[in-house]
Design a protein around this ligand. Sequence first.
Ligand SMILES: Nc1nc2c(c(=O)[nH]1)N[C@H]1C(S)=C(S)[C@@H](COP(=O)(O)OP(=O)(O)OC[C@H]3O[C@@H](n4cnc5c(=O)[nH]c(N)nc54)[C@H](O)[C@@H]3O)O[C@H]1N2
Ligand SMILES: Nc1nc2c(c(=O)[nH]1)N[C@H]1C(S)=C(S)[C@@H](COP(=O)(O)OP(=O)(O)OC[C@H]3O[C@@H](n4cnc5c(=O)[nH]c(N)nc54)[C@H](O)[C@@H]3O)O[C@H]1N2
Ligand SMILES: [Mo]
Length: 663
Amino acid sequence: MTQRDRTPKTYSRTPKTYKRTPKTYNRLTHPLVRDKKGGPLRRATWDEALAKAAEGFRHARVEHGPDAFAMLSCARATNEMNYVAQKFTRVVMGTNNVDSCNRTCHAPSVAGLSAVFGSGGGTSSYEEVEHTDLIVMWGSNARFAHPIFFQHVLKGIRNGARMYAVDPRRTSTAEWAESWLGPNVGTDIPLAHAVAREIIHAGLHNAAFIERATSGFEEYRALVEPWTLSLAEKVTGVPAAAIRDLAHTYARAERAQLCWTLGITEHHNGTDNVRALINLALLTGHVGRYGAGVQPLRGQNNVQGGGDMGAIPNRLPGFQDILDDGHRAKFEAAWDTVIPPKYGMTLTDMFEAMRPTAGHRSLRAVYCIGENPAQSEADSDQALRRLAALDHLVVQDIFLTKTAELADVVLPATASWAETDGTTTNSERRVQRVRAALAPPGEAREDIDIICEIAERLGHAWKFADAESVWNELRALSPDHFGMTYDRLEEQQGLQWPCPDLEALPSSFLHGRLWDPDPELRGPRAAFGLVEHDPPVDLTDESYPLRLTTGRRLDSYNTGVQSGGFASPLRRGEYVELCPEDAERYGVVVGEEVRVASRRGTVVAPVWVDPGLRPGLAFMTFHFPDEVDTNALTIEANCPIAGTAEFKASAIRIEKIDAAVRS
Ligand SMILES: Nc1nc2c(c(=O)[nH]1)N[C@H]1C(S)=C(S)[C@@H](COP(=O)(O)OP(=O)(O)OC[C@H]3O[C@@H](n4cnc5c(=O)[nH]c(N)nc54)[C@H](O)[C@@H]3O)O[C@H]1N2
Ligand SMILES: Nc1nc2c(c(=O)[nH]1)N[C@H]1C(S)=C(S)[C@@H](COP(=O)(O)OP(=O)(O)OC[C@H]3O[C@@H](n4cnc5c(=O)[nH]c(N)nc54)[C@H](O)[C@@H]3O)O[C@H]1N2
Ligand SMILES: [Mo]
């Protein structure tokens, strides 16, 4: 293992000094309303809560126009619920302002893949990593964050595949890799460009594929030419020999899977990072064949499906462009409405439009279904202030989140998992059925029913007998989903899109067309992305000398609402993780509380020591924001193409808390 000279990982037990008690979340069992801003939330009947929710939305639309409204749709809920949520936004409220947490994670993957291949899905299936020769996990800790996918990876390794990991931290995933490359945070473009240059100089690129199926190769060759192995070593910190080895191994592999996640996307230039990786697949022809492909592993159980259902500001259901007159006309006829011929606001735009100081606070009313932006947005203090300043905030959730605590109306929903019928779509584009097995707690109601009740109060009586009738409305409007009836989904244990045919089974991988000898059937060329290195926005300096990167642990989930509330022997709570050298340098020990400061905020967190980190690099999760609000530290520097924030790169300092001051 390259860069593996560091001492092996040791996990000490949770130190006794960790005294913070977990906040407990109980399921929401009845609606809540707030009579006036600043007042308390009180119990209400469904009728009262729904009427108040609807009246606030009506008021915003009448007083400030359709774009004063925005919907945050739930990436954990079903496809059917996401379809209804975007329909509510477009038909009832007359705007395309609908988005979800896809914006905070894989929007750059969707933007990058769409720009190159015309569609935003990962190109391969899970089973293909079992039948490939090389798996590269780039900026992805799948062992922790995608344990089911990782089972397929392990099977692939058992079948003889090699695995490489590219991550600044020697993660649990890297432990399984044959080779670990540890670049400095935010240097993936130089690393990818150096890999490309080495492949070209060694004559290992796939000239026939490049000639037939791609465009922009000569410009790309010129762009990567300065990135020699030694320059790349200097910028990325990865030894030249390891870069050379990755280049040769990737180019020589018969079939290779390039998988990435947030280590690539959560940067101010996330889409450029994605393009830099796709370039490598184009250069070697590792795409459009069984076992070879590019795969962003999506985050939430249905974040792929939410986007496919049109719960994004630029696409109608079935990934159909809103700016296309023909697509709009089809939906306008089906829904008897007029769809604004412009893209709506992304989640990032929404927070900008909420700014109370902006003079024209253009966004006034938000319907937030199953998202917790008060704790998941970068620079969370700012996000909280903006949410609190809205005229009307309706939160529909299964728990009373920090976001719900700010709401004017709180609506208790059923959980998509085990309490709801419908479908969800995973990272390999596979649509699968979910079924209600448990009764909802208290008065909680299904997400779809609640949205339809509000729609009805605003003059749109939609009659959906069940989830299947929503799905059939979608199927009639989305050619990619037309062939997936509930009966077939049941029979086949799920189907992958595109599935336009009621009989034929869909292909497990995308873009096989690129290999077709017939230029007509081959379709548009895949373009190399001419992207340049651009280091993180939040620079380290004398005052903020440490690079903080944030991410996940196996035992907890996102803002912790669904995983953090119970005391479990597994629960470690939040720490600021440092390498042994830095712990020694700052004179701090495991369990000792320290002040962690960035240019945006300060938190107090106990120290953890992880030899998988290197000097100058610190790590925190965002799983326990009620105890340590990590996002008070992160920077809201967004990718201009996808709107994703640079959660992966903040500059911080660690301060010892003087024992005398503390007591
Ligand atoms: N257990 C668990 N599983 C989850 C979740 C959870 O909260 N808990 N959340 C789900 C969600 S929403 C998502 S989006 C996925 C996310 O899944 P992942 O993206 O795998 O998770 P992260 O830990 O956020 O980030 C992955 C890695 O990026 C690395 N990284 C940081 N900066 C850089 C960089 O500049 N370059 C490179 N190459 N790597 C870098 C980090 O060290 C980290 O190991 O996980 C999903 N699965
Ligand atoms: N520092 C830092 N911050 C990050 C990230 C990072 O890596 N570092 N990652 C970002 C990423 S990738 C993501 S995806 C976001 C996640 O950000 P959010 O989506 O805001 O956070 P979650 O904790 O996943 O919130 C999920 C909510 O959905 C509710 N819910 C679950 N199921 C249902 C259902 O069926 N119906 C309804 N109505 N509600 C339901 C839960 O109760 C919970 O309140 O965080 C982002 N923030
Ligand atoms: Mo995510």
